[in-house]
Design a protein around this ligand. Structure first.
Ligand SMILES: [Zn+2]
Length: 313
């Protein structure tokens, strides 16, 4: 079951159980109050009611299980990255269809009969993410959907040659591929806004912004990344921001992407955009390498403490 749906189901299932507890207690209370029994028995009835009310109102097991059962859907099934400068995307056999701002290329035998729907979804994703990111693409680019026989869904952004690749398969629903493409398109917008500095950007900022920009395509029904990461942290998943996922596996990479998106969300909501832009172009590739003190007047460690307090508030 979808984690959000599971949460709702658990909440609604808890009510009948509570009512089953309350009904006999209320009956007892009424019986003792209105019968002409001795005072002691009435007091005993009130005490029983009080104990049950306290037990019902207490933040107990049901609330805890709502949190610990929360699990995010794994967005990426394989390592995602921005291709190094000069790397050429592999040739794809499928036909390319021009849209208003971009071209969509779909590999042969992939999402057969779904071409028009896919084109419309990619156009809508581009419009949505460029609004969230704050600026459009400087020129046309190609959004390519390539077959990945192993079905390890992931993306690869060749931003200097303006080609975004998503690797997927027939067994993965089209919407998931579009979700990843939304993230890859933000990488192109990053390159267009920041120029070649993007290719050397701090991973916290490039992946954080690409995930933040993808917004609803990555939020699985959560209202924002702050809420998503609050749940993630409550489920015991938390890494220091300056952690490279290399060697930690895909689950850690997914978790870090959401943390970084939430950190970017915090910076954009708390400080002027110009400070974020100055920070972005100061990176040196690895997570935490940008000049946080130069852009914000305080080191990453201070900003991270502020962010954690904001998330957990
Ligand atoms: Zn990315």
């Amino acid at each position: 079951m979808h984690p959000v749906a599971a949460t709702v189901a658990q909440q609604s299932e808890s009510h009948p159980q509570s009512l089953r507890c309350v009904a006999p207690v209320v009956y007892l209370y009424v019986m003792f109050t209105y019968s002409r029994r001795p005072q002691l028995q009435v007091l005993f009835g009130v005490a029983v009611v009080s104990v049950f009310v306290i037990l019902l109102l207490r933040p107990g097991q049901p609330a805890q299980s709502l949190v610990t059962n929360w699990r995010p859907p794994p967005m990426l099934g394989s390592i995602e990255m921005t291709a190094p400068p000069g790397a050429q995307p592999p040739a794809v056999s499928g036909a390319t269809v021009p849209l208003d701002a971009l071209d969509v290329q779909l590999a042969a035998q992939l999402y057969t009969g779904q071409r028009d729907a896919l084109n419309a979804e990619v156009a809508a994703a581009y419009s949505y993410v460029s609004e969230r990111f704050g600026s459009p693409a400087n020129a046309r680019f190609t959004a390519t959907f390539e077959r990945e026989p192993g079905c390890g869904i992931h993306g690869l952004a060749y931003t200097d040659v303006r080609n975004m690749h998503v690797y997927t398969c027939e067994g993965i629903e089209r919407q998931r591929a579009v979700n990843i493409m939304a993230h890859e398109i933000v990488h192109q917008l990053e390159h267009d806004r920041y120029g070649a500095a993007h290719l050397n950007s701090d991973l916290i900022l490039s992946e954080g912004m690409a995930t933040y920009g993808a917004g609803k395509y990555w939020l699985a029904g959560q209202p924002d990344f702050r809420s998503f990461v609050k749940n993630q942290r409550a489920a015991g998943v938390a890494y220091p921001l300056a952690t490279h996922y290399s060697g930690l596996g895909v689950a850690a990479m997914n978790a870090l992407y959401y943390q970084w998106a939430s950190f970017v969300e915090y910076l954009l909501e708390t400080y002027p955009r110009a400070q974020f832009d100055a920070l972005y172009i100061s990176g040196a590739g690895s997570p935490g390498s940008a000049d946080y003190s130069g852009a914000y007047g305080k080191p990453l460690a201070d900003l991270e403490r502020e962010w954690v307090a904001w998330v957990d508030r």
